[in-house]
Write a protein that binds this ligand. Structure first.
Ligand code: PM9
Length: 460
């Protein structure tokens, strides 16, 4: 008899619990109507299992909570800032740090500092807030990710990689001086949490620097990316996540960071760089948008929790359990024949709404509808990542119609147990079995910026 594979288990235990409200589907249908068929507009107390996002939904450890009591709430020069600066230098390797209240605070400042109106900003697939700030600064985002990233199916181990030919074509077309920088997100959120290989990052850096173009890392989930390199890329199996992560960052000039993901906190972010002139600009700008450069919109205790979260997130055993939980959930769905993005990504499992609801055209927002139906059916909250999130073309005003029409079931860190995912998978299979009855949606209210957060819909 073949020996079973040894199961994995979390390297932590639960010390405090938060009760969840269990509701029925009639109640949830009412709540979904009130929320305009947008899961962002639900009240969280009406949600049973909340897989909306892994952003700021982390469970902090006793070590982090203890650190919260050591907040130095001085206006200037808090010791928690210097500890965070030292940890960012140690684990990311950048010379200069400016804290921000969260990732988009960093994106706002870096975009303003580096983009001139009319510039182009290539990147490995757009991210909603990142592209919005680039556009507000007068830039135009250009997608240079490999084609495989735009397909839900596939086996490519590093679907987040940049297509170097696409990047080079852009340089030849517009000229290097019209390219503000290239931005690399790793793993790629909108592609389903797909990682970038070290080799690709090295090549991007070499090509960019050959033309005097800066490389900016969106380091939001970069430690998760390091795990995929350790597991999948030859030559990295015996290296620690800390070593891999720092090497990866060494191929970039600056980074924007949402600490609300990798760094196991509920709020916080930063922008970091190696170039003193860029730092000077950011340090000057932060006092306008966020706060003094030694707190950037955060309390001292928040910076302490983020430093300590970084020390925990970089541990190999923690990260293995994080990604294996996502894999466990994804495999339950794959085994039941549910169409999801493959390979399974780092921070969540993404349902492929085009294959889940093939009878609903993309103009009727199948992913938005699927997220709403899942909530009504079982109290699970997910997020649309398709035509609604893709917004409109900034020149023509036409709706963008991305190839990927996805529902993201994001896994908060250290929050849910294996049985929550058993329940979630069972509920998704039940919904799949009655998929023919499902109807699409019509958008009835569209906000100007990042419409997916506040748009409202009606069922057709
Ligand atoms: N990501 C997420 O749920 C939260 C808001 S968008 C629905 O995935 C990347 C790769 C992110 C990200 C946020 C940000 C912005 C930048 N880059 O939310 O401002 O995934 O801290 O970070 C969200 P903040």
């Amino acid at each position: 008899m073949a020996k079973k594979q040894k199961p994995w288990a979390e390297p932590y235990k639960i010390k405090m619990v938060e009760p969840l409200k269990v509701t029925n589907s009639e109640y949830r249908l009412e709540k979904m109507k009130e929320a305009g068929w947008n899961t962002f507009l639900l009240h969280s107390e009406d949600v049973y299992i909340d897989l909306l996002t892994d952003s700021g939904t982390n469970a902090m450890s006793d070590y982090q909570w203890a650190g919260m009591m050591l907040g130095d709430e001085a206006y200037a020069g808090s010791k928690n800032y210097y500890y965070l600066e030292a940890n960012v230098q140690k684990y990311y390797g950048y010379k200069y740090l400016v804290p921000t209240h969260q990732g988009r605070g960093a994106e706002n400042m870096l975009s303003k500092a580096l983009i001139k109106p009319g510039d182009f900003v290539p990147g490995n697939m757009f991210f909603t807030t990142t592209r919005q700030h680039q556009e507000i600064a007068g830039g135009t985002f250009v997608d240079v990710i490999i084609d495989e990233a735009h397909e839900a199916k596939g086996t490519h181990p590093f679907k987040g990689n940049v297509d170097l030919q696409k990047f080079e074509n852009l340089i030849n077309k517009v000229g290097a001086d019209k390219i503000a920088y290239i931005t690399i997100g790793a793993p790629v959120n909108m592609a389903g949490g797909q990682p970038v290989s070290m080799e690709n990052m090295k090549q991007v850096h070499a090509l960019a620097h050959k033309h005097g173009i800066k490389v900016v890392l969106d380091a939001t989930r970069n430690i998760e990316n390091a795990y995929f390199i350790q597991q999948r890329e030859p030559g990295y199996q015996n290296k620690s996540l800390a070593e891999i992560h720092k090497e990866f960052c060494s191929y970039s000039d600056a980074a924007t960071m949402s600490g609300k993901k990798d760094l196991l906190v509920n709020i916080g972010g930063f922008v970091a760089c190696n170039d003193f002139e860029v730092f000077e600009e950011l340090r000057n700008m932060v006092v306008v948008y966020e706060g003094l450069h030694t707190y950037g919109g955060l309390a001292g205790r928040d910076m302490e929790a983020m430093s300590r979260g970084l020390e925990e997130a970089i541990q190999d055993d923690y990260m293995a359990s994080r990604i294996k939980q996502v894999e466990y959930f994804g495999n339950l769905l794959l085994d039941a024949g549910i169409p999801i993005v493959e390979p399974i990504g780092g921070h969540g499992v993404f349902l492929d709404a085009k294959r889940f609801y093939p009878h609903i055209p993309q103009t009727e927002y199948p992913a938005q509808a699927l997220a709403a139906h899942l909530y009504i059916d079982s109290g699970i909250r997910a997020m649309e990542r398709g035509a609604v999130s893709a917004g409109r073309n900034k020149e023509t005003g036409e709706n963008n119609m991305p190839n990927l029409e996805l529902v993201r079931l994001t896994v908060p860190r250290r929050v849910y147990t294996q049985s929550h995912f058993d329940f979630a998978a069972y509920s998704i299979v039940e919904l799949f079995e009655k998929r023919e009855q499902a109807k699409g949606l019509k958008m009835v209210y569209e906000p100007k910026y990042l419409r997916f957060f506040q748009a409202r819909f009606e069922s057709l």
